[in-house]
Design a protein around this ligand. Sequence first.
Ligand code: UTP
Ligand code: MG
Length: 695
Amino acid sequence: MTERCEITGLSKEDSNLYQYLHSQLIGELKLVSPSDETLNGFSKPLANTVSNHAVHKGDKKRKDGLFQHLEKSVASKFANSKLSVFGSSESGLALKSGDFDLCLQIPDAKQKKVIKKIGGMLRGQGMESIEILTRAKVPIVKFKDPRSGLNVDISINNSLALYNTKLLSMYADCDPRVKQLAICIKHWAMHRNVSDAPSGTLSSYAWSVLVINHLLEQQVVPNIQSGDSRTLVKIDEREYDLTMNNEIKIDSENNMKIEELVYSFFKNYATRNWTDEVISIRHGKAIPRDQKGWMNEEPSALDVINSQKEKPPRMGEHHLSIEDPFDLDHDLSRVVRAEGELRIRNELIRAASMFGSGSTWKEICETVDSDRLKHLEPDDLFHDLRDKSDDIVKNMLEKTKAEMQSLEKRVEALDAERHSNVRMARAMRGVIEETSDLKKEHKAIIIGLKDRNKEIDTIRNQRDKINSDIILPIHMIEDELAKVYTRLTEELDIHRVPSLEREKEHFAWFLELQAMHGKAREASELHQRFIEMVVEQKGEIKKLKIYETKHDDATSKLLDQEPLLKDKKINANEARSYDRRVQNIQRALRQRRGELHKLRREAGRLEAWLRKKSNSHSGERGRGRGRGGRKPKTSRPKEDSGPLTLGDISGLLSGLGNEASSKKTKKVSSKKAGMRKLGNLGAHRGSRGQYKKKE
Ligand code: UTP
Ligand code: MG
């Protein structure tokens, strides 16, 4: 059984691991305050930290360049969208190694869909380490821009973060010490590994809030969220008090120097009563837990660490409570895990005690787990090549070029396949469209034929029915009518007057003939109409045959122009299936082009390194020969022992004729033009990496 501390319950190993916290918990910690002289000694190193790690003009330019490029890219993909910068890049509380936080605002967006679409877009642009986090509270896409080396987070509709960034930025504007203290604390927290929310410590943002809280307590800054007039804003159906009042002033001026502020920061949080208080910059000071209603939920960090269970329980909430300035339900320590809490508290006490024990700022910030920060080392494009012989690098170059060639072929093949599928889909649509008029007319005629047939049948039936009732053909009726009429109207021979009976018969016969004649005429008209319609019907049938021939002619003409369509079924469904194939190929193409992009860059880098080495050899030879030594034609970078700056690298890649680059570069002779060119390689993006849709 392991020996455990009677007070804290910590094992020996853990008591050593958290030695400062442990001695505080058992009442043995004695914090010695540094003398004025000792404290003064921190002034210069702290000033160096600020100037070495603050964001400078060049860093800002890189961010601006990337922002403009992304802004253009997203605007072309999402109508009515707005891309904004937030986080430390906007608030001014940034370390130059800090990430670049961007927020895309799109009204009524389907966030997951948008994030995935952005991921695809970035892949096509050759961005690296793309991660899509759709399950986070706010969906995020993370990636690295290989050109600027910046790590970027794009979140969707993260409106509240824009406001808290504004608040931090207003604090930064209050006093230069806000930025200075934030840089020193963030630098320390990063090197001591206590500023990484995903691994269970506080976020960089939470450390900024702790900085503001300390400066509020020290009366360096006024409480910007105070004041009688309140600004209430509804975001996603919830109301927030977003009051930010830059007219508030502080009563007494505080003249503490940065070294005093840094030391007092550590002392403040090392000795703070975390058990009973909640940090609240909204109130300008810590507030009692009872007032906030956030209690120390069990199990505590110590309970979790001391748990003998194979799977220790999850720590209860609200132990290092820090209220978000606007989202009052959000405790910024929610991400902190048990081990993280103990480490944070241990580190705060460690820093505070080291100030009074003769340690240097460098020692206080000594990096824990240096591998973790490797990606933050100054950009040295050639770090992995330094210990390799030229032959090995040449070999690497050959291999990269071979891979490039085979990938180029694959891209060409995919492109050709995509092209032929696009052609096929288009040709099909063309045939469907070109023949659609003919098809429509053909259909109209068929409908006409059917209707006319019905009418012809009706007329014929009516005609035949009338004819069956009439005993004489019309011409005979007319002859008979004429005869009877003459008989009835001729001059009478007085001696041969017909009998009345006979006269009546004649009249009746005349009337019957008249009625018959009317009907016969009707039948004759119907017959006429019948004939006309039959003729019309025959004409339409002829037309139908003409249209059928025309359609066949048009189709075969189009097929002659597009042999791809021979023996293919031509209909809208088939055309759509070709569209789908095009989309799939497009996706594969985007990925392959991204890979090709990387290979080209790698080949360029290897060539630049080999050239740099051969230049430095010839340079050495030149110096050996005294003053007369020839100067190398291309601009040489600094001594190769130190890391190269972006400018050096740009100079190498451009001045040394980057064979790997497919773009031809103009010769630049004047120094000014050369500088312009270097500038272009830096921030300017132009159309790089944008694989525009050709079709
Ligand atoms: P970061 O943790 O990246 O902070 O959160 P930062 O200030 O930008 O620090 P560095 O310089 O990159 O290390 C970015 C932004 O996300 C919002 C805040 O607006 C913060 O400025 N955020 C972060 C929250 O609103 N809540 C959180 O819990 C964390
Ligand atoms: Mg950030």
